[in-house]
Design a protein around this ligand. Structure first.
Ligand SMILES: Nc1ncnc2c1ncn2[C@@H]1O[C@H](COP(=O)(O)OP(=O)(O)OP(=O)(O)O)[C@@H](O)[C@H]1O
Ligand SMILES: [Mg+2]
Length: 336
């Protein structure tokens, strides 16, 4: 737990144990969380109005946005809930849905409102709320954005049976894939000045041009008031083959680690060579679902062996060296 050591570097070190890559996003989130929980208390003591540092995470599906939020909340030991923006938009009663989200946050805090007021609310698929003409059913994305504004800014919000929850200290993290944002950015990012050296100017240009501006989000379809409440924007990169291999093998609760334990409990050593993880990663890239399909692919690979292992007590080790070959099975020599 990070409870008493909230320094950004400590937050990143904790996240590193579970979330692979996404170094920029981790740092941005860590700094925002630090200012959120630490500085807010100080500013409030000084009577300075609080500026909330809600965060927007932009990145393709399966790149770790939800995972990062969950891990963060667990590390901080604060209650955490996820809400899907799409399901907020599918109902005619947005405020009731929001009410339900706050109720779940309080439930996660075991009914302790003070604790819930320091929690994290993750609103996923925020990009689906973009403004597009009138919608046939449910509530339009734009009115959902309006409905969320007050709560995100920090207000005393009524929920349940007349109880109030002050959202001033609730950290809101919004996430979305924002398909099409890159095209918007290439159209609007026209920085082309020259500084002292070509090298340096290229670096500055790269930085400015990969930075998402509030106006880009506006062009995409988020209303200005809404983007204004998301001052911190972190980008998630698409996962490379190498990152996918690391995801299967490195985190504390990695897929490989989990299955090695399962085999161990059957008295069998499981060995999967790097080549196999690379092949699985290539399939996952093909599927375009980020890291999401890795577990399914890995399970599929092991199923035939998991089927026979309980019946064959003499199996000592199972070694996979390629997706396209059967594994090598080493058997114990029977004791005479
Ligand atoms: N960077 C990462 N490090 C470790 N595991 C990851 C990473 N990214 C994704 N995963 C794995 O893939 C699963 C799906 O990731 P996650 O739910 O965080 O995706 P997401 O970015 O929220 O996608 P979506 O936009 O579809 O909601 C996670 O449960 C985790 O197992
Ligand atoms: Mg998600």
């Amino acid at each position: 737990m990070l409870d008493h050591d909230l320094k950004p570097s400590a937050i990143v070190a904790y996240l590193d144990q579970y979330v692979i890559g996404q170094e920029d996003a981790k740092k941005i989130v860590a700094v925002a969380v630090y200012s959120h929980y630490r500085q807010i208390a100080r500013l409030r003591a000084a009577g300075v109005p609080i500026v909330k540092t809600n965060i927007l995470l932009v990145g393709s599906s399966g790149t770790g946005k939800t995972l990062l939020c969950e891990t963060l909340a667990r590390g901080l030991g604060v209650p955490f809930v996820t809400a899907e923006a799409t399901s907020l938009a599918q109902t005619r009663y947005v405020n009731e849905e929001i009410d339900g989200v706050l109720q779940r946050l309080v439930d996660r805090a075991d009914g302790d409102i003070a604790k819930a007021q320091n929690g994290i609310i993750f609103i996923d698929e925020i990009d689906k709320l973009k403004t597009v003409g009138a919608q046939a059913r449910g509530t339009s994305g734009e009115s959902v954005q309006h409905a969320l504004l007050k709560m995100m800014e920090g207000a005393s919000v009524k929920f349940g049976r007349g109880e109030f929850l002050d959202t001033t200290n609730v950290l809101f993290i919004c996430g979305g894939a924002f398909v099409g944002l890159d095209e918007i950015m290439t159209q609007t990012h026209g920085y082309g000045f020259i500084t002292t050296t070509m090298d340096e100017s290229q670096r500055i240009l790269d930085r400015l041009n990969t930075r998402i501006k509030p106006t880009d989000l506006f062009t995409f379809g988020l209303i200005p008031e809404f983007t204004g409440r998301l001052p911190v924007i972190a980008r998630f990169q698409d996962l490379s083959r190498d990152a996918l291999v690391r995801i299967m093998t490195e985190p504390k609760n990695s897929i490989y680690g989990q299955f090695r334990e399962i085999f161990k409990s059957e008295g069998v050593e499981l060995v999967v060579e790097r080549r196999v993880f690379e092949q699985l990663a290539e399939l996952a890239i093909e599927y375009k679902t980020g890291a999401r399909s890795l577990r399914g692919l890995f399970e599929e690979l092991l199923t035939p062996i998991l089927y026979v292992v309980p019946d064959s007590r003499d199996i000592e080790r199972v070694t996979y060296s390629s997706l396209f070959n059967d594994p090598t099975i080493t058997r114990r020599t029977p004791t005479p």
